[in-house]
Design a protein around this ligand. Structure first.
Ligand SMILES: [Zn+2]
Length: 279
């Protein structure tokens, strides 16, 4: 199977940047967008996100990530506004919003039925699940939509942005995070980049340029786009991200367990709806 054209800019100038026995990633040399081949079929997407997928999502550093995301996101919330967390997972971010701003009306969506039930129960919010459809929410219903670490998983990502646009009020905000295939660490680590360890869940690999093009043609103005990252234990970085050693294995587990935030792998984008993009 081969890709012939970039889905973002239409260029046919593509380069193979990663391959293993089963998968390849082709990157557009014009806009930087990378695509996994073979690509995930929409009908099979939900099969990945069963209970096992969420097993390691209960570590305490996910809560630190939620706090950091809240600090970044809060300036895009309106007092008393409606906020959708699309791809809410186990609800860490929704929980943090609830604790920090009682005025918000919070809503969640997750493709995983398992995650949606847990989040709805733990945080007493409406969490929808199932397939993407315009009818999930009313037109112009939300003040802010956040979708953290989602777009890299979604086969029909352009369709998703059309729906976000439809559900947002005029002037409403869309906040995204996703790995950046052109981040400094991707350039240094090459095919050993941590972003490539999420195959086959991650099927889309955006650059800042390709994200901007995608958002602008779907009725959004990009307000900020900057390097983001995540909180993990020191051991996680040493062992899983940089492929070195584990401090726990040499008797230094207390140091290995220290949680740190590193600005790498990901990009954060805030965009504003500036026009309708209806189907
Ligand atoms: Zn391109």
């Amino acid at each position: 199977m081969k890709v012939s054209k970039c889905r973002i800019c239409g260029s046919d100038n593509l380069a193979l940047v990663y391959s293993n026995q089963k998968y390849k990633i082709f990157k557009c040399l014009l806009c930087g967008f990378g695509v996994l081949m073979p690509y995930l079929k929409i009908k099979k997407a939900h099969l990945i996100y069963q209970e096992n997928y969420f097993l390691d999502k209960k570590e305490n550093y996910y809560l630190s990530d939620a706090k950091r995301k809240y600090s970044k996101a809060k300036k895009y919330f309106r007092k008393g506004g409606k906020v959708l967390d699309y791809g809410c997972g186990l609800g860490d971010f929704i929980g943090e919003c609830k604790r920090r701003d009682k005025s918000l009306s919070l809503f969640g969506f997750d493709i995983s039925r398992y995650a949606s039930v847990i989040t709805s129960k733990n945080y007493n919010v409406e969490v929808k699940t199932g397939i993407l459809s315009k009818n999930l929410y009313r037109q112009s219903f939300f003040d802010t939509i956040v979708s953290f670490d989602v777009i890299e998983h979604v086969p029909n990502f352009e369709d998703l942005l059309v729906k976000f646009n439809f559900w947002l009020k005029e002037g409403g905000y869309l906040l995204l995070t996703t790995p950046n295939i052109e981040n400094w660490d991707a350039k240094i680590l090459g095919r050993w980049w941590y972003g490539y360890s999420k195959i086959p869940e991650h099927i889309n690999y955006f650059s800042k340029k390709s994200l901007r093009m995608l958002l602008e043609r779907n009725g959004f103005e990009v307000l900020e786009i900057k390097t983001w990252g995540f909180t993990r234990s020191l051991d996680f970085y040493l062992f899983k991200v940089f492929g070195m050693f584990s401090l726990s294995k040499i008797g230094l587990s207390n140091i290995g367990k220290i949680n740190i935030f590193l600005p790498m792998v990901d990009v954060f984008v805030a965009a504003k709806k500036i026009g309708d993009k209806n189907e």
